[in-house]
Design a protein around this ligand. Structure first.
Ligand SMILES: C[S@@+](CC[C@H](N)C(=O)[O-])C[C@H]1O[C@@H](n2cnc3c(N)ncnc32)[C@H](O)[C@@H]1O
Length: 212
């Protein structure tokens, strides 16, 4: 962690940080101080793309969660330096946040950009995008909310498409039932850049939570 990241954590955590302790249901209106739509981003890494999206659409609140402390400091710094009041940073496991701390139908969107690919077969069970996770996420998303994932690991992209297509709570926004073109609102991410440098192909999947 750099000194700047440590300083940002110390200064800004009380204002913009959320400890994911599983102890209470968060009032999102209170957390952001307004009633604007809230999108959850899981695994923001160093947060550059998050800060860009927050700056480009300041009417949307982004609750960004990661377990990586230097990244949390970095994102807080970026939000501060760019005068962004629509980012809150969660420290901890996104599953606990979803399960214990977010109310049903509370999210207007969910973004999962370049989740850890876990390429080895024996580690596939650690991948985030699985039916059980989707069932939990669906309960926290409002009907019509978008779930947007991207990955540079093609077998994982195929898995995302397969499990989302087979899940009754989601429908593909792409009429052809395949991958989506990268929407303009998603900037290139740090991890994506590393993948592209290695010649990887990036795929986006964009599904909608259906009304039950
Ligand atoms: C491969 S990195 C991608 C980071 C960023 N989205 C990018 O594209 O540059 C995946 C990130 O997800 C975070 N992560 C993994 N599992 C998580 C979980 N259960 N809850 C919160 N963050 C998680 C990791 O700490 C890591 O920062």
């Amino acid at each position: 962690m750099t000194a700047g990241q440590a300083d940002a954590l110390q200064r800004l955590w009380p204002k913009w940080g959320l400890d994911i302790d599983g102890q209470r249901v968060v009032d999102l209106g209170e957390l952001f101080g307004n009633g604007n739509p809230v999108v959850l981003e899981i695994g923001f890494g160093m947060g550059e793309a998050t800060a860009q999206m927050a700056a480009a659409d300041q009417e949307t609140n982004i609750l960004a969660v990661d377990v990586h402390t230097p990244g949390q400091g970095n994102l807080l710094n970026l939000a501060d330096q760019n005068g962004l009041n629509n980012v809150r940073v969660g420290n901890g496991d996104a599953i606990i946040l979803l399960r214990e701390m977010l109310a049903p139908d509370s999210l207007d969107g969910l973004r999962v950009y370049f989740p850890d690919p876990w390429p080895k077969k024996r580690h596939h069970k650690r991948r985030l995008i699985q039916p059980e996770f989707l069932s939990l996420a669906a309960t926290r998303l409002k009907p019509g909310a978008l779930l947007h994932c991207a990955t540079d690991w093609e077998p994982y992209a195929e898995q995302m498409l397969e499990v989302l297509t087979g899940h009754p709570d989601f429908e593909n926004t792409c009429a052809n039932g395949g991958f989506a073109p990268r929407p303009e609102f998603r900037p290139l991410t740090r991890f994506e850049g590393q993948g592209l440098d290695k010649g990887h192909v990036v795929n986006d999947v964009l599904f909608r939570r259906v009304q039950r």
